[in-house]
Design a protein around this ligand. Structure first.
Ligand SMILES: [Zn+2]
Length: 476
């Protein structure tokens, strides 16, 4: 098998190969900016990259893939958030990093082998900027910032194929005064006390103290962790210009003997119910929002894989319902079945430009003929039906006053009516504000190993391992 991917640089389908003598495939994915919750569209990128990572490990070997995904923890947005909240930068970025990790875990994404932070690589960025200044690719502006001189790199625009004129319009931003050309972009931003609070580091030689520009972060971190030449660089299509174009310019000029990235992969964006996701339309939601609605992470992952990564995708509630029904059926049928090798049809679909929709179709076909061992192994290649996500298989019923969820290890079918009755009566007493009675019901349930919890959308009733229905009588 050879993995074929659409390379956004050459705009051709190309067979992937590992270019280094050690056979390790080096793979860099631009990660999140940790100042706010990652929305569901961000996670399209991370789930696509996670399937790619699993496929690469199948192709090159589990110990022959090095996956790096950075955390952007200093830029205009993270600094803006510290100013808004009047809290230290590290506190804000740690909070959102933890939440990002929780979302990744809920969606069963593998941890990258390295997850560098921009603030952890300031020295490397400063060094790289100094190299670019020495080589004449960068210059100090009057305010002490440093800019990349686009004119100095004839290959500029090779990825985005942007024209000179478009470039000037796109990059004509507020601080144009300090630049030689409006097209030039910042490598280092001089400290501005009113905007930056206490976020600053000593700058490159000859420049003011300040902080790095966003683009240099990825160039320096990928160089530090993966070397001058990486095999594959990935990200959402919204990063193609200017972020990735600028990364190429910086890296190609600072390390001309390397190739920077042999392949580029960009995934398309996500919209919701046919509309662009936006806070003003009220259709902007995060992974946490969906999990809180009772949609399991595995269902979210499944929906994100239903559309080929190079097509724009539409998140719909209907797709989530379909995905949930499918996964319930597959989970029930595959239960404790031993996995076999992934189905050739699934591997071929993935190797053919990461055709996840085709892979899911092959899984449906396997379900049709009852090949559950093959289905389970193949689903796991897609990060589905894994043991780590097995705990979502609760039942859900709509009750008159909300939704009751029943979770746990017990025999859900057999005791469902009893457990649901407890949850419903508890909820009814709470609604009547009869808290004494509600507490009594909760305590009785807890004694029998049944945990009752209020969740935003109703009640979660969890059957603990010590669940003993003999201790329960249907409440009045
Ligand atoms: Zn990046």
């Amino acid at each position: 098998m050879a993995i074929q991917l659409f390379d956004s640089l050459t705009r051709e389908i190309r067979a992937l190969r590992a270019s280094h003598a050690d056979g390790v495939f080096r793979f860099y994915n631009c990660g999140p900016t940790v100042y706010a919750p990652a929305h569901i569209g961000n996670f399209r990128t991370f789930v696509v990259n996670d399937v790619l990572r699993r496929l690469l490990e199948l192709e090159f070997g589990a110990d022959k893939v090095k996956h790096v995904r950075n955390l952007t923890d200093v830029d205009d947005r993270t600094i803006g958030q510290t100013q808004k909240e009047k809290r230290p930068l590290a506190e804000i970025t740690q909070k959102w990093t933890d939440k990002f990790h929780a979302d990744c875990a809920a969606l069963n994404c593998l941890r990258p082998h390295a997850e560098p932070t921009a603030t952890g690589y300031i020295k490397e960025q400063v060094n790289m900027i100094e190299v670019l200044m020495e080589k004449g690719n960068a210059y100090r502006a009057a305010d002490g910032s440093v800019y990349f001189k686009i004119e100095s790199f004839p290959g500029y625009g090779g990825l985005s194929r942007i024209r000179e004129r478009e470039l000037k319009i796109t990059n004509a931003v507020a601080d144009a005064d300090h630049k030689d050309s409006v097209s030039d972009f910042a490598l280092w931003k001089a400290y501005k006390p009113a905007e930056d609070g206490d976020v600053k580091w000593p700058g490159p030689r000859g420049a003011s103290e300040g902080r790095p520009g966003w683009h240099i972060e990825c160039s320096a971190m990928s160089k530090s962790l993966l070397g001058d030449t990486i095999d594959l660089h990935t990200g959402g299509v919204d990063l193609l210009f200017p972020h990735h174009e600028n990364e190429i310019a910086q890296s190609a000029c600072a390390h001309p003997h390397g190739d920077f990235a042999h392949y580029w992969l960009h995934n398309e964006m996500l919209q919701v119910e046919g509309k662009k996701m936006s806070k003003s339309l009220g259709n902007f939601f995060t992974v946490r929002d969906l999990l809180d609605q009772g949609i399991p992470g595995e269902v979210i992952r499944f929906v994100l894989l239903m559309t080929h990564y190079r097509s724009p995708m539409d998140w719909t509630a209907e797709k989530a319902r379909q995905a949930e029904a499918t996964l319930r059926k597959w989970r029930a049928a595959t239960g404790s079945i031993e996995v076999s090798a992934p189905l050739p049809g699934v591997v071929e679909a993935l190797a053919d430009d990461l055709n996840t929709a085709g892979a899911l179709a092959a899984l449906h076909a396997a379900a049709g003929v009852g090949d559950w061992a093959g289905l389970k192994a193949s689903a796991q290649l897609l990060g589905l039906l894994g043991p780590d996500t097995a705990d979502w298989s609760w039942k859900k019923v709509e009750a008159s006053f909300g939704t009751v969820f029943v979770a746990g290890e017990g025999d859900q079918d057999r005791f469902f009516a009893l457990v649901k009755a407890f949850a419903e009566v508890w909820q009814a007493r709470r609604a009547e504000k009869d808290y004494a009675a509600a507490d009594q019901i909760k305590a009785t349930a807890a004694q029998a190993g049944l945990e009752l919890k209020a969740v935003p959308q109703g009640v979660m009733a969890e059957m603990r391992p010590d669940f003993d229905p003999a201790k329960l009588e249907a409440p009045q």
